[in-house]
Design a binder for this molecule. Structure first.
Ligand code: AMP
Length: 283
């Protein structure tokens, strides 16, 4: 802390002590992330609190990306029900065969099917000493949210949002390299602050390296009309889910205004402060 404050003071900045502290903790968080470290207060596994978190957000917001980065930093698994379901289908089990026909129609699976694969995954994790999870893609209905709230001690629900016009541009800019399977985004977004007070948004493209450039493809469902339809469906579906979690006082809203390099440290700070407060509340 002293070094960050000293550096600012050397440059002639005169700021309140609380601002120096905020700058220092942001710098610490960035340093820890840059060195592949873990968040504050996590010196031993035994000292780590359980993290049972849910990430919510519309298609194109980058929920999976943030969930996997945050999960890695907090040393818990990122569990996406879509991945569990695809693995079950691939396994050739009879449950997988039943799932396949429903998933291929673009419909949601019945709750008991999703519950089965999710509960098995969580039980396996507990046996292996996992201390929590970050859920992505679950819950998707009010009933699933209620079920989760009664069966699990959920600590936090992170509700990621992004202005709709940016979501559409981002989805349309998505590119997948057929060769190596990596995802890129060619959209170069710069949106001024809106009259109703929404902040400016700057998201540079995530350009492919030259070796991927000839192999890029666009997902068939990343067409403007389809994207807008998916967003409408999400709005309807997410209402009861968000409602159940808001009623339980668990929702933390986080509006994205920039790309991953700027956003991730801010998000980590927010989540670290939550973990610190939660540990303090329970002490
Ligand atoms: P995703 O990869 O999250 O888009 O999920 C792929 C498919 O798996 C979805 O289109 C649904 O058919 C199914 N699925 C994933 N999560 C759930 C869920 N929580 N409830 C019902 N169906 C789900």
């Amino acid at each position: 802390m002293a070094s960050a404050s000293a550096a600012l003071q050397r440059r002639g900045w005169r700021l309140p002590p609380s601002t120096y502290a905020a700058v220092s903790s942001l710098k610490d968080a960035l340093d820890r992330l840059a060195s592949g470290g873990t968040p504050a207060g996590f010196s031993t596994d035994a000292a780590r609190p359980s993290i049972n978190w849910v990430f919510l957000g519309p298609p194109g917001v980058g929920k999976g990306t943030y969930a996997s980065r945050v999960a890695k930093a907090f040393r818990v698994p990122h569990i996406a029900t879509g991945d569990l379901i695809r693995a079950e289908i691939k396994s050739g089990s009879s449950l997988g065969a039943q799932m396949k026909s429903i998933v291929n129609q673009g419909k949601l699976l019945p709750c008991d099917m999703v519950q089965q694969v999710l509960q098995e995954r969580l039980a396996r994790g507990r046996q292996q000493g996992e201390r929590g999870f970050i859920l992505d893609g679950y819950p998707r209905t009010g009933a699933q949210a209620e079920q989760l709230l009664t069966s699990t001690d959920i600590g936090l629900v992170l509700n990621l949002s992004l202005r709709e016009e940016v979501l559409v541009q981002k989805c349309m800019g998505r590119r997948l390299c057929r060769h190596c399977g990596k995802n890129y985004n060619v959209a170069d977004i710069h949106l001024a602050a809106s009259a109703d007070g929404r902040p400016e948004i700057v998201m540079p493209p995530l350009s492919p390296p030259p070796e991927c450039a000839p192999h890029l493809e666009t997902r068939a469902d990343d067409q403007e009309e389809v994207i807008r339809h998916r967003l409408e469906v999400y709005k309807q579906e997410s209402k009861p889910v968000e409602g159940a979690f808001r009623k339980a006082g668990l929702v933390v809203d986080f509006e994205l205004t920039a790309g991953i390099p700027e956003t991730l440290p801010k998000l980590m700070l927010l989540l670290e402060s939550y973990v610190g407060r939660h540990a303090y509340d329970r002490a």
